[in-house]
Write a protein that binds this ligand. Structure first.
Ligand code: SF4
Length: 328
């Protein structure tokens, strides 16, 4: 891939939530939502993160944006460690990192007009005149495929797909560098999903954006990603270039996830791998490899030893003992 510049680095990131119990509501344990996750995102790429609900992928996105404070580890944005910055010191970085949420209806204030919604971050930032702000609202609406008249309407007057376009316009207001999409098309009809994904692809080129795209749906992630990371119980099971992950998945969990996705354009048929059992609770994850309770390939070592995420060539990394030697 040649020389690529890192926009974001996540190093050994952890986000634990306390579990309270007893009459005194003491902390009796922790939900390890994100548990020692490391990866990087290069400028201009889309990294898709997939996993079941409970895998920690949404918490990961929120912790990177510092909507949640990390328990441990680092988030490095353009070379600056932002993981422990105060709210005031975070302010200059906030405009560079925006989020597009799953449910645009919940994330758009129903009492504000669309024009006000898109203009609000610019008012807070206070760098443009009123006239410039109004012009930018119309410009952004056009970029996301909505007419100028949309600015005087309210969110409930739009369809789900249109509301997500408004959410995207708002995210673009301050010319961000990184957009984290947290299941941004999951609530939309399939036909509308691809329109919004195509729009996000076009905007990426036009505005030089980098995306972290979180979704449970592999076909959505395939549509938009350059690289894909697969999370399981707060950990990265596998990460690599999209083609490698989809054509040659190494981790048994990735193989199982992919076996459930129809692949009409491929000659070889994949056998559907049915995983036994439920996703264990992240407050009480299994010992050793967190996937061992459901893994069809699990062996003795898996129950006691946590596999490291190791490079397998071609930028594909996997955390599984099938790909590590017994000797250290
Ligand atoms: Fe399965 Fe063992 Fe690999 Fe974990 S380490 S994915 S349990 S084979």
């Amino acid at each position: 891939m040649g020389e690529r510049e890192k926009l974001l680095e996540v190093k050994n990131l952890k986000k634990y939530f306390p579990v309270k119990g007893g009459v005194l509501q003491r902390t009796i344990g922790h939900v390890k939502a994100v548990d020692d996750v490391s990866f990087e995102i290069y400028k201009g790429e889309t990294l898709g993160i997939v996993g079941e609900s409970g895998s920690g992928k949404s918490t990961l996105g929120r912790t990177i944006l510092r909507l949640l404070d990390p328990t441990e580890g680092q988030v490095i944005f353009e070379g600056d460690d932002i993981s422990t910055l105060s709210n005031r010191k975070m302010r200059p970085y906030r405009k560079d990192m925006q989020m597009v949420f799953q449910d645009p209806f919940a994330s758009l204030n129903p009492r504000m007009s669309v024009g006000e919604i898109i203009e609000e971050p610019m008012i807070v930032q206070n760098t443009l005149t009123k006239k410039e702000r109004k012009e930018k609202v119309v410009d952004l609406l056009a970029k996301v495929g909505l007419p100028a008249e949309a600015r005087s309407k309210y969110p409930h007057e739009f369809s789900g797909g249109q509301r997500q376009r408004i959410g995207i316009a708002r995210a673009l207001t301050l010319n961000p560098k990184l957009i984290i999409g947290d299941e941004p098309v999951s609530a939309l009809d399939v036909s509308v999903q691809s329109q919004v994904l195509n729009l996000m692809g076009d905007l990426q080129d036009e505005f030089d954006l980098t995306y972290l795209f979180i979704a449970h749906d592999l076909s959505v992630v395939k549509h938009i990603s350059d690289r894909v990371g697969v999370m399981y119980l707060g950990k990265m099971a596998e990460i690599g270039p999209k083609d490698k992950i989809f054509e040659n998945p190494l981790h048994p969990y990735t193989q199982a996830l992919l076996s459930a996705v129809p692949i009409p354009d491929m000659e070889r048929k994949r056998e559907k791998i049915t995983l036994k059992g439920e996703l264990p609770s992240p407050s009480n994850p299994p010992s050793g490899c967190p996937f061992h309770t459901r893994c069809p390939e699990a062996h003795e070592r898996c129950k006691v030893e946590l596999p490291e995420l190791l490079h397998q060539g071609n930028e594909q990394y996997v955390a599984c003992h099938l790909y590590t030697s017994e000797e250290k």
